[in-house]
Write a protein that binds this ligand. Structure first.
Ligand SMILES: *[C@@H]1O[C@H](CO)[C@@H](O)[C@H](O)[C@H]1NC(C)=O
Ligand SMILES: *[C@@H]1O[C@H](CO)[C@@H](O)[C@H](O)[C@H]1NC(C)=O
Ligand SMILES: *[C@@H]1O[C@H](CO)[C@@H](O)[C@H](O)[C@H]1NC(C)=O
Ligand SMILES: *[C@@H]1O[C@H](CO)[C@@H](O)[C@H](O)[C@H]1NC(C)=O
Ligand SMILES: *[C@@H]1O[C@H](CO)[C@@H](O)[C@H](O)[C@H]1NC(C)=O
Ligand SMILES: *[C@@H]1O[C@H](CO)[C@@H](O)[C@H](O)[C@H]1NC(C)=O
Length: 533
């Protein structure tokens, strides 16, 4: 193991150096992401050791991952699919790719995309409840706003600076992120600009693409003026003890390295997958497959639940060895084929895991090991409505009880499974993901107490400069084509729900805890009874 970590680190450093040398613009970085043997090894070891990736052991992906990065096909004439339902009267705006037949032509950003658009349909549809957290995430800067000094303190922690000025987007990249995390994060914001032109204010933000939050509350104190307010940093997950601003992760636009399609296409496939095996015909056990060897001991701990000489532990846990898996050519099942057990376990790795939305999409009841980190949508999910809560420090006993309870109360277990999956399918429609981003950026933009300036080393980035040069990156380009927003939205953004009032959030959290405590009580009673026998 140690040796492998070493190799991974070395390869990664090599990769970084290479990227630094090449980094003139994102698109050139991307174009250079051609598969070499080294990158194969790099990708492979990143799979082994990056925690939030490790969940993919759960879903062994259909195609060879090596193939994804190596067999790039010429793809420039690929037709582009629509991503929103647009009445015929709205012109679809295709990518305007310059033919790049030699190394001297450069792709330019078009100037004919609408800069303003009035929605043609009025709507008073309210956004899902998790939008109420936006205000919570931004609250710490409410009084002071965000000055240049405050913002710049986040810079050492960031992978890139993203500037939006007059609806155009500029990126100054400091460090290359893992795989295409940064690429698809920026791509997502570009699509947001195409969806709601004229509605994103001028702003500068700093983004960190790692798994864990970086701005911990303990390091900042209102009484110490040199640390207050904390620097604003955008990330994929938050923590109750951190100030990081939670933003949707890259996988909504695709994760080509592991053959994961953009969310719109994938969620349809997952919905279909739910229909393959009827709930009652599913294996009456709790299923988890993944990499137990992450930095935190929590998953190794979970693996111990497989063994008991006194009773059937009711779990089916599988550790997967990527080396063996890779030799077999990653010939496993697709995400959508993974809904075969009545219960599925979600457990964090290093921090939150991208697998969460895929696990919850399956309408088997999710047994959710209480997470420490949260992404943007989980924060209004409710225990016993959308999932069954499992204690971190009592996993084995809780899991067995939950499964036995579910097999005794199949109707109720099915309802929880279905409600969880409906929550994801409805509240995580791509439109809402964009609406969420819109409101985060609008709220954040209002806090700007600085002159938004395009830094000297920043490059303008648009969908064309990102996608057009990729004529040989089959899946990267496919994810981009599939998620391309083809015209401004004729629907306005959903209406923001009231922010949490005084004490309201506390009451909500308290209610959650009460439900958890109730479940714990049942569980403990069951085990007390058994031990007395
Ligand atoms: C595409 O871009 C070129 C310049 O780069 C411009 O002349 C042409 O009109 C554009 N085509 C469309 C359909 O917008
Ligand atoms: C473009 O540049 C690459 C490497 O920099 C080179 O291998 C290739 O032959 C060049 N293509 C043309 C058409 O000049
Ligand atoms: C590259 O292509 C452009 C436009 O097609 C052309 O003007 C230019 O002369 C070409 N450069 C070389 C080195 O072939
Ligand atoms: C901030 O500093 C004050 C005074 O030094 C201290 O009393 C308080 O506990 C600190 N707050 C936090 C959150 O650390
Ligand atoms: C499930 O039913 C069996 C048989 O009635 C019972 O012994 C067991 O305690 C029940 N378990 C739970 C968790 O309800
Ligand atoms: C821009 O990039 C150059 C070359 O990498 C570097 O020397 C310079 O300091 C950068 N400027 C800023 C403002 O970061």
């Amino acid at each position: 193991m140690r040796e492998n970590i070493h190799v991974a680190q070395a390869t990664e450093d090599h990769h970084h150096q290479r990227q630094h040398k090449l980094a003139t613009s994102l698109s050139s970085n991307l174009a250079k992401t051609r598969a070499t043997a080294k990158i194969h090894i790099f990708v492979f070891f990143i799979f082994l050791f990056s925690a939030s990736l490790s969940w993919i052991f759960t879903f062994v992906l259909g195609e060879s991952i090596f193939q994804v990065t190596s067999v790039f096909t010429i793809n420039s004439k690929k037709s582009v699919t629509t991503t929103t339902n647009i009445p015929k009267t709205i012109n679809k705006i295709q990518l305007n790719c310059t033919l790049l037949n030699n190394n001297t032509t450069t792709q330019t950003c078009p100037s004919n995309y609408p800069t303003k658009f009035e929605p043609t349909i009025t709507s008073s549809e309210t956004c899902p409840d998790y939008f109420r957290w936006i205000q919570q995430d931004l609250k710490v800067w409410q009084e002071t706003g965000i000055t240049r000094e405050t913002l710049e303190r986040a810079k050492p922690n960031s992978h890139f600076r993203l500037v939006i000025k007059s609806g155009r987007l500029y990126v100054d990249q400091y460090v290359k992120a893992y795989q295409t995390r940064d690429v698809f994060t920026i791509w997502g914001i570009l699509q947001l600009l195409r969806m709601y032109p004229g509605q994103i204010p001028d702003l500068e933000l700093l983004f960190l693409c790692y798994d864990k939050p970086a701005i911990w509350k303990r390091d900042f104190n209102k009484t110490r003026k040199d640390t207050w307010p904390p620097p604003p940093l955008f990330r994929y997950c938050g923590h109750r003890d951190a100030y990081d601003i939670v933003f949707p992760d890259w996988s909504f636009w695709g994760w080509p390295e592991v053959n994961i399609k953009e969310w719109k296409k994938l969620s349809v496939a997952l919905q279909e997958g739910n229909k393959r095996v009827k709930w009652k015909d599913r294996i009456p056990y709790a299923y988890w497959k993944g990499n137990p060897h992450v930095a935190t001991p929590i998953r190794k701990d979970l693996m111990r639940c497989s063994f008991s000489d006194k009773y059937d532990p009711m779990v089916r846990l599988y550790a997967q060895d990527w080396r063996i898996e890779s030799k077999k050519g990653f010939k496993g099942s697709n995400l959508e084929d993974q809904c075969t057990h009545r219960y599925k376990i979600y457990i964090e790795g290093e921090a939150w895991s991208v697998s969460e939305k895929y696990i919850l999409s399956c309408d088997s009841m999710t047994l959710l090991v209480k997470p420490e980190y949260y992404d943007f949508f989980i924060r209004s999910m409710v225990p016993m409505k959308h999932y069954w809560p499992i204690r971190q420090n009592n996993k084995c006993g809780d899991l067995k009880f939950a499964v036995e309870w579910g097999n005794n109360n199949t109707d109720k277990a099915q309802v929880i499974g279905r409600q969880g999956s409906n929550y994801i399918m409805k509240n995580l429609e791509m439109k809402y993901v964009y609406d969420y981003m819109l409101y985060v950026l609008q709220g954040y933009g209002k806090l700007m107490k600085l002159d938004v300036t395009v830094p000297e080393n920043a490059t303008e980035v648009c969908s064309e400069t990102m996608a057009c040069p990729i004529t040989d990156g089959r899946m990267i380009r496919e994810c981009m084509d599939d998620s391309l927003v083809m015209s401004p939205s004729v629907m306005p953004a959903c209406v923001l729900p009231q922010p949490y009032g005084d004490g309201e959030l506390e009451r909500f959290l308290e209610k959650q805890e009460n439900v958890e405590r109730e479940v714990e009580k049942w569980t403990d009673e069951y085990w007390n009874l058994r031990s007395r026998k």
